[in-house]
Structure formats: structure tokens, C-alpha cells
Design a protein. Structure first.
Length: 115
């Protein structure tokens, strides 16, 4: 299983970024996908998830209405569109897939929101 992330970077408050996660090594269209983030000194938290067909999405309260998770099963890719970014969104973001207790992570992408 490989999860290769792209996107991220430095953005001013109120700006937007899109993260991508290209998956391989498993049947992507059969699994829910997730985005997590970890800020310095804090535990990793789930930000958003999407069902295997993309019909059901869930968001942490802190990002609801600002972030959108989506997927393209033809491209084996999951996305996280982040709008109206705030300084408290600064973190390393990870895509994730799991089955049972087995978890796989992307390499992580730094998102920094600062003026």
C-alpha cells in the first residue's frame, strides 16, 4: 500500500489550499478514505472522511463548512479542499486508509497558515 500526498504549503489566513493523495497497492474504490492532521504538541485528529463510493462524508466540527473531501475512484485519488483557512489549521496533514486494526498513512504534508 502506498499513499503519496501532494499540495500544502504556506498560505495567508482566509486563503485556500488543496491536498491530494494518490493511492496504490489496494482496491481504492472499496475503501473509505480519511484525512487527519497533527499540530505541534497535539494529538493527531481526524479531519474528514469519505465513503468508498463518495456518497457519505463526515467532518470535524472545527472544519465543517470550510473543508471539502472528495475522491476520484478512476484516478485512485482523494482530495481535501481547504478554504477560509485559519492559523489554527496549521498542522501536518495525513491521508489514511485502514482495514481493521491495520492503518496506512501518507508521508504527511505541512500546511502553514500565517500572515
Amino acid at each position: 500500500v502506498q499513499l503519496v500526498q501532494s499540495g500544502g504549503g504556506l498560505v495567508q489566513p482566509g486563503g485556500s489550499l488543496r491536498l491530494s493523495c494518490a493511492a496504490s497497492g489496494f482496491t481504492f474504490s472499496s475503501y473509505d478514505m480519511n484525512w487527519y492532521r497533527q499540530a505541534p504538541g497535539k494529538e493527531r485528529e481526524e479531519v474528514a472522511s469519505i465513503s468508498y463510493l463518495g456518497s457519505v462524508t463526515r467532518y470535524a466540527d472545527s472544519v465543517k463548512g470550510r473543508f471539502t473531501i472528495s475522491r476520484d475512484n478512476a484516478r485512485n485519488t482523494v482530495y481535501l479542499q481547504m478554504n477560509s483557512l485559519k492559523p489554527e489549521d496549521t498542522a501536518v496533514y495525513y491521508c489514511n486508509v485502514h482495514w481493521g486494526l491495520v492503518k496506512f498513512w501518507g508521508q504527511g504534508t505541512q500546511v502553514t497558515v500565517s500572515s
